[in-house]
Design a protein around this ligand. Structure first.
Ligand code: IPD
Ligand code: CA
Length: 263
């Protein structure tokens, strides 16, 4: 499957950052036993990955705008296009030597995400999608959301806020309503991969409160192009702005969202 020039640029940037992160990840595994721990080292690895991505993307498309987790927002000469980047999604996993983290890069055009790449560098899995061209894993596997139709057979992913964040009580209430109605809930620590796994039919749905645009932007186009549904948790909100997202396969989306909305 052939992507556009923009998509190829995104894949190139993700691979380059992924190589740097994999090298640093090996070092992190060694640092677990040191008394200081790998905290500062991981912050540097994260910043370096964003520098690499920014150099590639802004070098190739200097007029586009930018929103990155580490370097923030920079409006571009072209107000209609913007890169949305999380250089290392799943930082806590990375810090603990857990191989479940990803590079996430999205392209927004006139407020809509039109291309997305989520690269799981530790497993060499490149998830990508472009509006109208489908969602894909690596070069040849077309992604489709799962076909499960009953909640009780389905598995859902989420993020449970850490460090006493304000959305914790609402998430615990979500879990109390959802868990008796489904086959399980996973909290694997990377929103970008949670959404890629929904696109791949591995998870049947995903929701999260208090999430940032860079965590979910690429995932939104992956899920939609794999045939799934994505919205904000609250009716009428934009998930990229309000930071509360829900997605899933078509058959389950309404009952799943109904439970999360407490309807
Ligand atoms: C986090 C992960 C996690 C989600 C958090 C995010 P980070 O991103 O995506 O799964 O639950 O809300 O902040 O900090 O690892 O880039
Ligand atoms: Ca993130």
């Amino acid at each position: 499957m052939q992507g556009s020039a923009n998509l190829n640029l995104m894949i190139k940037a993700a691979r380059k950052a992924g190589r740097s992160l994999v090298k640093d990840f090996r070092e992190v595994e060694n640092l677990q036993v040191s008394s200081k721990g790998p905290g500062d080292f991981v912050s540097r690895a994260d910043r370096e990955a964003e520098r690499i991505i920014k150099e590639e993307l802004m070098g190739g498309r200097p007029t586009y705008g930018w929103l990155g987790e580490e370097t923030g927002e920079e409006p571009g000469q072209d107000p209609t296009r913007r890169w949305i980047v999380d250089p290392l999604d799943g930082t806590t996993n990375f810090l603990h030597g857990l191989p479940h983290w990803a590079v996430s890069i999205a392209l927004e055009h006139k407020g809509e995400i039109v291309a997305g790449v989520v690269f799981d560098a530790a497993k060499d899995e490149m998830y990508w999608a472009e509006k109208g061209a489908g969602a894909w894993l690596n070069d040849s596997r077309r992604l489709r959301v799962s076909g499960r139709k009953t909640m009780i057979e389905s598995i859902f992913a989420t993020g449970v806020p850490f460090g006493g964040r304000g959305t914790l009580p609402a998430t615990l209430q979500d879990l109390a309503r959802l868990m008796p109605a489904c086959a399980g809930v996973r909290r694997w620590g990377s929103a970008a991969l949670d959404m890629a796994y929904v696109a791949a039919g591995r998870f049947d749905g995903y929701w999260e409160r208090g999430i940032n645009a860079w965590d979910i932007a690429a995932g939104i186009v992956l899920v939609r192009e794999a045939g799934g549904m994505v919205s904000a948790i609250r009716e009428g909100d934009d998930p990229l702005e309000k930071g509360a997202v829900i997605c899933g396969n078509q058959g389950l989306f309404e009952p799943f969202r109904g439970i999360i909305r407490g309807e």
